[in-house]
Ligand binder design. Structure first.
Ligand SMILES: Nc1ncnc2c1ncn2[C@@H]1O[C@H](COP(=O)(O)OP(=O)(O)O)[C@@H](O)[C@H]1O
Ligand SMILES: Nc1ccn([C@H]2C[C@H](O)[C@@H](COP(=O)(O)OP(=O)(O)O)O2)c(=O)n1
Length: 225
């Protein structure tokens, strides 16, 4: 087993709806690498805090929640990875914008972020890792050999998320989603610790008007030029 730091990492950061999850999963599959959906960890803690009826602004309570919540990923071939929170399959609840907003709220608490660091580092296993999030290239894996920052216009990101949630049968409006996404991005980008921003050595890819296959090819070329 090689030392963890010799295992290659590709970080894919960016705002909501930029395509991180989709692109990370496809690229990880192509490379045969492991996948870390770090947003799911923050969503899971936000969800667990909600289930316990915690006040999301109670720093001590949400920190304890981040330290004690059990989060498991159950990958199934050809199907969506299920996220199990404290033994309960919370996949459906985690994808809502309410869960995204709760995740963003608790993610601004430094001690919550600290509680999730070693769990994230543990995903770095041979033959490699694709890490999806906000601070993968800046804070969690600053030594990653490959870094990408995905963006797209706010209007396009809202449209993508609208279609995605509609297809899953959720009741949403485009204007409401655009407002919620913009509020979440501005909170994520303005927080003091690990804000949403590109690493200095990341390749910026504006995916507005680009198809998924085109983005996958561009990201794969970073790892396999
Ligand atoms: N380049 C793209 N063009 C069109 N749709 C995309 C593109 N990338 C992702 N999508 C779609 O947009 C939605 C949001 O993508 P997702 O990967 O969940 O974004 P993120 O993880 O950054 O929030 C998904 O339904 C996905 O299929
Ligand atoms: N590495 C990360 C990943 C997510 N977060 C926070 C901030 C985000 O608004 C929420 C939800 O992240 P997630 O990647 O699941 O959200 P999107 O799919 O991009 O809409 O979690 C974070 O602070 N750091």
């Amino acid at each position: 087993m090689p030392h963890a730091s010799s295992v290659p990492v590709l970080t894919i950061d960016g705002p909501s709806g930029s395509g991180k999850g989709t692109i990370s999963a496809l690229v990880a599959q192509q490379l045969g690498w492991h996948l870390l959906d770090s947003g799911a960890l923050y969503r899971a803690v936000g969800y667990a805090a909600g289930m316990e009826g915690l006040d999301l602004s109670d720093v001590e309570a949400v920190t304890r929640c981040a330290q004690t919540t059990r989060i498991q990923f159950r990958a199934k071939k050809g199907a969506e990875t299920r996220v199990i929170v404290n033994g309960h399959d919370a996949t459906d609840e985690l994808r809502t914008e309410t869960a995204g907003a709760a995740a963003s709220a608790i993610a601004s608490v430094p001690s919550v972020r600290e509680a999730l660091v070693s769990l994230q580092l543990g995903f770095r296993k041979a033959p490699g890792l694709v890490a999806d999030g906000r601070d993968m290239g800046t804070v969690i894996f600053p030594d990653a050999a490959f870094k990408v920052f995905l963006t797209a216009s706010a209007a396009e990101r809202a449209k993508r998320r609208y279609k995605q949630l509609k297809d899953k049968g959720l009741s949403v409006t485009l204007s409401g989603l655009q407002r919620e996404i913009e509020a979440r991005d501005s909170r994520d980008a303005s927080r003091a610790v690990a804000p949403l921003k590109p690493a200095a050595d990341a390749l910026l890819v504006d995916t507005t008007g680009m198809g998924i296959d085109e983005v996958v090819a561009k990201v794969l070329a970073v790892v396999q030029p």
